[in-house]
Design a protein around this ligand. Sequence first.
Ligand SMILES: Cc1ncc(COP(=O)(O)O)c(C=O)c1O
Length: 400
Amino acid sequence: MNIDDIRTQFPILETEVHGRRLVYLDNAATTQKPQAVIDTLTDYYSHLNANIHRGAHHLAAVATERYETVRRQVQQFIHARSHEEIVFTRGTTESINLVASSFARRFFQGGDEVIVSGMEHHSNIVPWQLAGATLRPIPFSDEGVLDLDAYERLFTDQTRLVAVTHVSNTLGTVNPVAEMVRRAHAHGVPVLVDGAQAVSHLKVDVQALGCDFYCFSGHKMYAPMGVGVMYGRQEMLKELPPYQGGGEMIEDVTFERTTYNHLPFKFEAGTPSVGDVLGLGFAIDFMESVGVDNIATHEADLLRYATDRLSRLPDVRLFGTAPEKAAVLSFLVGEAHPYDVGTLLDQLGVAVRTGHHCTQPVMDRYGIPGTVRASFAVYNTRDEIDAFVAALQRILPMLQ
Ligand SMILES: Cc1ncc(COP(=O)(O)O)c(C=O)c1O
């Protein structure tokens, strides 16, 4: 794997911020895009723009064929059994809202409980509350490891679903999702996995995980914003009612009654973001050309290196030190507010995220207002981590 070659594919990495070469360490928020993905959008709108599935003309036919090809590409990428299990959405948030809304209408009976982990992103908390569920959070240790004994004790007759993140966006913990699915299924409870922070870092195999739903966003895996995926096991999707009504999701409409289209179209009402879906296809090409295992190995090296360098600095406190971790490093410096640290780092060209990272319960767990978060992607280098640590060292005296 040649990082220099990879970096040349990402034009934004040449950007200067406040007179310095950008060091982009906010990849958990969104990754940057390779030129091939950027070009897809221009190419689509220059040569192919058409609404899909219903046009009789050439452009509509080609756009439809490419869109459906990406569906099969996604199927292979996450090893789903059928392309009918792949539903395109706007992102993880919409995917989870889709499942929460449809699942609740089909399976909730009143007094319904959903088990979540204590480290969920708000988008895997609020949709369940909107659906009327009572949440039962799984506690986690100071290191950020879920307590599986406590998890076991949370199941009751009212448990309808487990909804858990594969990788924590704040702590970096890679949760033992396959084992958690096995235990939930032993109780007859289905499982939704939030894969927003997993798909770009590790190989995902939904059949090996055994989960019933797997949700992720394109923009966190080198694809454009505006496209995401809801994978659902076919047997489960057949049971669920549609999420939104409109064009494309129907078979037959009268004023008295509507029948619905077959999978996956039952869940894809209205005009989708075709160009972005094609971009997702090129993002998968990019990841597969590098190799997902190579990406994971490289990021593990960056994480080890950055953790080691950061933990040597005075007054730096790390949050999330689980043995199984992906490329996220959350920390605080002394008593300094994370926002101040982020702003000063930005002045030195280093882009990090600060705040609660849409995981307020995690902040409450540690009794802190937020953290500074550096998160890595395939194009980051040890040199950039050196620049980040040097910048931190420079601002440390200003934070006293
Ligand atoms: C773990 C996790 N879940 C869900 C989301 C929501 O993703 P999106 O905003 O792309 O819908 C994020 C985004 O940061 C995330 O990190």
